[in-house]
Structure formats: C-alpha cells, structure tokens
Design a protein around this ligand. Structure first.
Ligand SMILES: [Cu+2]
Length: 511
C-alpha cells in the first residue's frame, strides 16, 4: 500500500505552508494521525586517521538523492553522504587536518561552529571553496569537551546550502568527559539528534524560501526531520539515554519536552558541560544551539519528544509575534518517539555533579560593546524591509533591512577589532519584533544575564549562540584567546540563516 504524501505532512498539523501557500488546497490542513513507522537513523561516526595527536579527516561535499518522503526522491546535499555528514570526533589537544573537497557544482564553505581557531581556518565566507577544489583546514583543538557542529557558511547562500543538507556534528572529547559516569556508547545510549524542519514541493523536492514572509521570518518547514528522517522512532536500548540535541533548523525555535511531561536533565550546553545536571521539562532551543540531555526511560514506556507552544516570545506590540503564532511557528507538534519497552537496564544514574563550575570573570572585561539587532522595516509599511532585503542581497552597507548596530553585512568592511587575550562584555539587544539567535565565531562565551536578571542554570556553561527575544538585552562575556590575525575576520551574526544571508552579520578581527 502506498501512503499518500499528505499522510506524511502532518507533523505540524495545520501548517505554515497552508498559510504561506494559498495555492495548495486544504489537504495540508487535514488533521490525520501520524504513523511513525520510520526508524531513527544514527549518522556514521568518523574518528579520522589518527597519527599520535594528529588526526586527518577527508570530507567530500556532494550532491545526492535522498528518500525522505515515501515514494519520492529529494535532491539533497551532503558530506560523504547524500544528506548531512558524519559525526566527526576528536580530542582536546589534537591537531585536526580536514580536507574538504567541493563537488556540489557551486562554491561553498565549511564552518567549524563553536571552535576557537585561526581566522583562516574558520570556514566562514572568506574561506571559499570553488567547485572541484579542496580546502584544508588545520587547527589545534583547545577547548573543553562539547558537541559542536559544522555547516556551510557560503555568503548569501548559507540558508539554502544548509537547508539542502550541508551540516554535521563534531564531537570534542577531553579527559574530563572520558571520566564522567554518563551514557557514552555512540548510537546505543549516546545519540546524536539533529532536528530540522523542511518543506516539500508536490514533487517531493525541498522547497526553499521562495516567498517574502519566509525571507522575513526565516524559512520554516511543515515537516520535522531528525537525522534526516521524518519524526522517527528510536528503539531505546538502555534505560538512561543521552541525547545530543542540535537545532539544525534554519529559523525554527523549538520548545522541547515530552508528552508525559517527564523531567529530563540538561548536562551540557553549546560548548561545555554544566557543573551539575539541571532538571527541566521544557527546553527552548534556537537555531545553532546544542543541548545534551539525559532522559530516564526506566519506566519502559513509549514517549514522544515534542515541541510545545511558547517557543516564540513576541514583543509588546506583538504584530509580528502574533503573525508568527498564526502562521504556525509557535504550536505543538511531534519531533520523535522513543520506545523504551525493550530497553535494558542502564549501568548509569543521573549524576549529582559533572565538572568544576566554569566562571569567567566579568571584571576582566576590557570594555562593553553594544550589539543591536534590528530589522529596519517597522513604521515603513514593510517597504523599508523590502528595500533592506534588496540591499542585503547585494551585500550592501546598511541603513535598512537586517542589521547589527545599524549596519548590514559588507564583506569588505571590518566592523571592529578586539585584543587577543582579553575579554569583552557584549550587550546584545533586539529592537526588532522577531527573535534572533546571536552567534559569535572563535569563542565560547558566558551568558551573564537577561534584562538585568541572572542567566538560567542551564545556560551557565560556555555557549556560542544565545537567543535574544524582542525587547531583550542579553549580556555575554566574550573571551578572545590564542589566535590573532589583523586582516582576516571572524563573523558575528544572527543564526536565523535567512536573516544572516540578508545582512544581519558583521565582521571583527582579533589583533
Ligand atoms: Cu535574526
């Protein structure tokens, strides 16, 4: 029996597509029960070729065809694979040498998201890899154990290339993480969970931001993929699971939790473990962010990881927030199922503590720097936004559209320099009506507080991305260690990839 495509397009029930695509008929609005028959897939693990502390990885950026929707073939991008890439894995202290060969038929880049590294190795928009050529990135890993990732950072095309599949995880281990009494058997009780939302055309191809609202809000799809599979079911093999969550979506923010409201335990943020597990039953995860959580399934039930309402905080004026709510960006839907009926008893329990607390000293900051994210369109009837978007597409220089500190990204302009071996406090504010996940390259920062209140316990580790809601000011303490280069810059930007591509990005050097 062939299942119709519509039966697989109800992860989000009434979908954003229903509103964004008035030409599609009401079938997308139908509420049908989701038959989660797809199996959770564990991406391949790649330790590279090790020679002492030198590890070589060979990556091939390639085009492929993927079977995501039953009965359809979707043209995709991948790394050594049709869609997404392997989980790369190395240790703190290792020098990694990564050969990235580009065979996708167009220029691309590969950025090592969350790493401290030389500017020339960052894989940002300046490290362009022409089709048919190979780029070598070589750097020493000098940071704590964490779940990092890599993805295309091609200028103006990051959103499209990541959407099609140009992303993967990168695990860093260290002596501390090796000692922790937590699940660490890859693919058994230590599981990568890359969450992405995608939209499809009637032919089963990925449909990417083709309309104005998708460029403004960022691309939101109506179908949830986990490691490339639509809302899969994981057959739990152990009664304590460690999920390494990555929000690999272009724009969608999730408010994660389980259908029976059980607690789970946040043990690591973007770039480090926490001092001790933080119990919670909802977790907001913005694009680019990672979270490692422990889930106790010793009751051996079948549970569903869902996203709940409350992911989007709208501003007081609320017009755009309301619009996002109406468009289905803030509603309840399934991410994946966990079936623990056959799980074997785990040798691990939720640990009482993990690592020594990480505390950077804000008194050592050499300056405070404002970072204002805005969308220059309110009060301009939307035309200001349109104009700004046009300028952003051409790499223009600000004045409208998506900006940071009033400037739209210009690849020929360095916005400022910082001193190596110093740290700064950045006051990241959002004067726009939409949320923006703010990401900084080459650093792991500490979140000091939001609107004058202390950071939440689960945010207390090191991070590289922080969600800044409308009317919010988030203070972060940003260290710049090890590397300097007076000419080659690093990026700071909104990790809503459509916002980034339209100019909400800037460049700084470390001197
Ligand atoms: Cu943004």
């Amino acid at each position: 029996m062939t299942l119709s495509r519509r039966q697989f397009i109800q992860t989000l029930g009434i979908s954003t597509a229903g509103l964004l695509l008035p030409t599609l008929n009401g079938s997308l609005l139908a509420k049908e029960p989701y038959a989660a028959t797809d199996t959770f897939i564990v991406p391949p693990l790649d330790y590279g070729q090790r020679n002492g502390n030198h590890v070589t990885f060979n990556l091939n950026l390639q085009r492929g065809k993927s079977h995501i929707l039953p009965g359809f073939t979707t043209p995709t991008l991948g790394i050594n694979s049709n869609y997404l890439g392997p989980v790369l894995r190395a240790k703190r202290g290792d020098t990694v040498s990564i050969n990235v060969q580009n065979n996708i038929g167009e220029e691309s880049t590969l950025h090592w998201h969350g790493f401290t590294l030389p500017a020339t190795m960052d894989g940002g928009p300046h490290q362009r890899i022409a089709n048919g050529s190979t780029w070598n990135a070589k750097f020493q890993i000098r940071q704590p154990a964490s779940t990092l990732w890599y993805h295309s950072h091609e200028f103006h095309k990051t959103g499209e290339q990541v959407y099609k599949g140009m992303a993967g995880l990168f695990y860093v281990d260290d002596e501390t993480s090796d000692q922790l009494a937590i699940p660490s058997d890859y693919g058994i009780d230590d599981l990568p969970v890359v969450i992405q939302d995608r939209a499809f055309t009637a032919d089963g191809e990925f449909r990417y931001a083709s309309m104005m609202p998708e460029k403004m809000h960022g691309m939101h799809g109506d179908t949830i993929l986990v490691n490339g599979v639509i809302t899969p079911t994981l057959q739990a093999r152990k009664t304590l699971l460690r999920l390494r969550l990555l929000n690999g979506s272009n724009a969608r923010i999730y408010n994660l939790g389980f259908n029976d409201n059980r607690s789970f335990y946040h043990i690591a943020g973007d770039c480090s473990f926490l001092a001790s597990p933080v119990s919670m039953n909802r977790l907001i995860l913005a694009p680019g962010e990672r979270a490692e959580v422990l889930v106790d399934v010793s009751d051996r039930k079948r549970i569903t990881l869902k996203s709940y309402k409350g992911a989007i905080k709208s501003s007081g004026s609320g017009m755009m927030g309301m619009m996002m709510g109406r468009m289905g960006f803030d509603r309840e839907f399934d991410i994946m199922q966990i079936d623990a009926r056959q799980a074997e008893t785990s040798p691990y329990a939720i640990p009482r503590s993990l690592i020594r607390p990480i505390r950077l000293n804000p008194n050592e900051a050499v300056r405070t720097r404002p970072m204002e994210m805005s969308m220059g369109m309110m009060g301009m009837g939307g035309m200001g936004m349109m104009g700004g978007m046009m300028r952003g597409r051409r790499g223009g220089n600000g004045g409208g559209g998506f900006t940071i500190n009033g400037q739209s990204m210009d690849i020929n302009r360095i916005d400022f320099s910082v001193q190596r071996n110093t740290s700064e406090i950045w006051e990241v504010s959002n004067t726009s009506p939409l949320p923006h996940p703010f990401h900084v390259h080459n650093t792991q920062f500490q979140i000091l507080g939001r609107n004058g209140k202390a950071a939440k316990a689960h945010e207390s580790g090191l991070n590289d991305t922080v969600l800044v809601n409308p009317n919010e000011v988030v203070r972060i303490l940003v260290p710049f260690r090890y590397y300097s280069d007076s000419k080659r810059p690093y990026m700071y930007h909104c990790h809503n990839l459509e916002h980034e591509d339209q100019g909400m990005m800037g460049q700084f050097t470390v001197v």
